[in-house]
Design a protein around this ligand. Structure first.
Ligand SMILES: Cc1ncc(COP(=O)(O)O)c(C=O)c1O
Length: 388
């Protein structure tokens, strides 16, 4: 069985205790308030000077959101956390909050598409970027520039699921005077701890496994108190992409079952991936724990969650669309991390093939998010869809 840190299991279950103990509630109340009155004007003035931690106005700090922030900071072993309206809210505020004209950002590995679109938008404000797809340290080192201020990585990436040597990249960033940032959404806070590997800031889209039920959108940024505070005052308060208290409640509820869900996602996805790995209609499976992509187990890695991809042996993009349409148990949907299994093709239209230059994401790629329908039911559905 997937081994998780026992401290995390308790933290996920008991996160809400300090706030809700007195009322005997398992989860904190939803503090549905925009403002918080203070006894005196002096108290108000004092809290206005520390709006990143004190409840003054819910665009800054809200008590229910604060419980989630404490919990996520604890799970990621960071000093501080700020929660956002979405993962993109966290990514946007981090880049806006820490960069200025003349700076350069280095993106490494598969990067979520809208993150790169945002980077292209930042070019208009004098922030340049490069994107390195290779995962070897030589290629990554060569892409640094004197002006590189942030190295932004995803590991595992969310399409081809390649893993990076996170500790080595964080070390290199530090040596070169840059901050390291990781989008840790695929691994969740349970399966790898980037801050323990030397990474400065960790980002999550809570909309996936943390919520776990495909019913809430949110994001989080975790790191040192100093860095999170800089993002808070430079971007969070100014851009207003805040997490509402109801969402914080839903994410705290999601966290209570995260360890149990992640164990099941891990086991079932690995079993389905192994099944497909031996299937004659499948050219290749992209799963971090299968031999071809596995490589060395990164430091601190506990296992993989429920997201992986595979490439059809024949049929290309049209074949992938046809297989997706034949699947009955996998919903055609974006995103991942919920209780129900999902499928999406790697492309939205047939990728144009320049001669001798195959697209990095194969045309016949399908990405699966494995839910809880059961291994036999899911492999049976896949076998049927792949047979026709
Ligand atoms: C890896 C990754 N990071 C970030 C995001 C953005 O998160 P959100 O949709 O919560 O803005 C996504 C969304 O799909 C994602 O897949």
């Amino acid at each position: 069985m997937l081994e998780l840190d026992p401290r995390d299991e308790l933290l996920c279950l008991r996160s809400a205790e300090p706030l809700s103990e007195s009322a005997g509630m398992v989860l904190p109340g939803i503090a549905q308030a925009s403002i918080f009155r203070k006894e005196t004007m002096e108290e108000l003035h004092r809290d206005l000077a520390r709006e990143n931690v004190a409840s003054v106005y819910s665009r800054g700090t809200n008590p229910t959101v604060r419980v989630l922030e404490h919990t996520l900071a604890g799970l990621e072993r960071g000093e501080a956390c700020k929660c956002f309206a979405s993962g993109m809210g966290a990514i946007g505020a981090t880049l806006f909050g820490l960069l200025k004209a003349g700076d350069h950002v280095l993106f490494v590995n598969d990067i979520y598409g809208p993150t790169l679109e945002l980077a292209r938008r930042l070019e208009d404000f004098g922030v340049s970027h490069d994107h390195v797809l290779a995962t070897d340290m030589e290629a990554i080192g060569a892409a640094f520039r004197d002006e590189t201020r942030i190295v932004f990585m995803e590991s595992p990436g969310s399409t081809l699921l390649h893993r990076l040597d996170i500790a080595a990249i964080a070390r290199l960033a530090r040596e070169r005077g840059a901050l390291s940032v990781i989008d840790n959404t695929v691994a969740t806070p349970l399966l790898q701890k980037p801050i323990e590997l030397g990474v400065d800031l960790v980002i999550h889209s809570c909309s996936k496994y943390i919520g776990g039920h495909s019913d809430a959108i949110g994001g989080a940024l975790i790191g040192s108190g100093e860095l999170v505070e800089r993002v808070f005052y430079n971007a969070y308060m100014l851009m207003g992409a805040i997490m509402p208290p109801l969402e914080a409640f839903l994410f705290l509820r999601g966290l209570m079952t995260l360890p149990t869900r992640i164990r099941r996602h891990h086991e079932d996805a690995l079993a389905v991936a192994k099944h497909l790995d031996h299937h004659p209609a499948v050219a290749r499976v992209f799963h971090p724990e299968l031999a071809e992509d596995g490589g060395a187990r990164p430091e601190g890695w506990r296992g993989h969650s429920g997201l992986f991809s595979f490439e059809l042996a024949e049929g290309g993009f049209a074949g992938a669309v046809a297989v997706a349409n034949r699947l009955r148990l996998f919903g055609n949907a974006v995103s991942w991390g919920g209780a129900e299994s999902l499928v999406i093709t790697g492309h939205k239209s047939d990728p144009v093939r320049a001669p001798g230059n195959a697209p990095r994401v194969p045309a016949g790629l399908l990405r699966l998010s494995i839910g809880f329908e059961g291994i036999d039911a899911l492999t049976g559905d896949l076998d049927r869809a792949l047979a026709s």
